[in-house]
Design a protein around this ligand. Sequence first.
Ligand code: PEP
Ligand code: MN
Length: 353
Amino acid sequence: MLVVMRHDATARDIDAVVDTIREMGYDARPIPGKQRTAIGLIGNDGKVNADRIEALNGVLEIIHVSQPYKQVSREWKEEATVITLDNGTRIGAGEVAVMAGPCSVEGEAQIIGIAHRLRDQGATILRGGAYKPRTSPYSFQGMGVDGLKLLARAREETGMAIVTEAIDADSLDRVAEYADIVQIGARNMQNFSLLRRAGRAGKPVLLKRGMAATIKDLLLSAEYLLAEGNGNVILCERGVRGFDTHTRNLLDLTAIPVVKSLSHLPIIADPSHGTGIRSKVIPMARAAVAAGADGLMIEVHPDPERAMSDGAQSLYPDQFAEMMEQISVIAHAIGRSLVPPLVPVEEGVPQLA
Ligand code: PEP
Ligand code: MN
């Protein structure tokens, strides 16, 4: 439930509403807006009797949030959430943010080398897994904290922000220490204790859609993060299980406009995991931008044939450059643009152009 206050409501009026909500056994969250303040009531799992609140001074109207994902919904917050990273990249503000890099961090030369190339080609966020959730226990499981340290070095050299996955409580604490964005992967989308921890980690979270999760499931998982006080959440469509064997997954691009209508959170697309096949990544990246995605996550490897994970879906660096040119044209066609590239400055780390 949302209590919308009149524009002339005083701080005392707002406090009285907050106190009443707490007396009723719920939690209250004031949401200051440009025109007026609203107070969100959380902690209920059903309709709340609003009579007591309605009668208080300064209350304009009560909105019952019909969706089960409350703080994530557009009913709760109409304006789009914008996440600003330390390097200036804004996600959700109408510019397309590109996160690119190898599936896994494999070593110093690999990650530092590709980071420079990707930065020069216009990506402002570097991806690379240090903790890998692999289907087989015998597959490469990632470099762990050594991988995180290499990512941090790549950030220092290139100015790119870092997004990398946490797979459990231990890795989450370490990832939160090093990364700019903590990734929760498809396999952990409904790991609710991990989500709660991520919600308290103090860093933006990239939440990927589970491979058999509905859009409602995805939004309810995001609600766990917001319920812990973390509003900096980016959603990611990365394909769901389909019945056709031509692609690894079925990239559900309808999720982009659907999520945009239901939620204020930004949503990006990952056509690499969404298709699993290199030759299908660029067409679907173009389509995702056309569908209104706030960003892309793209796997790129300097030598995909020798990649330790997901080589078959990793672009060659030259292909990535071609993709960037194409999506820039598409973004402009729908009144958007790409996040400006990072350019070297005289001293210190590169900044957005
Ligand atoms: C990844 O981004 O490398 C990854 C494992 O993604 P997903 O969780 O979408 O499978
Ligand atoms: Mn991968």
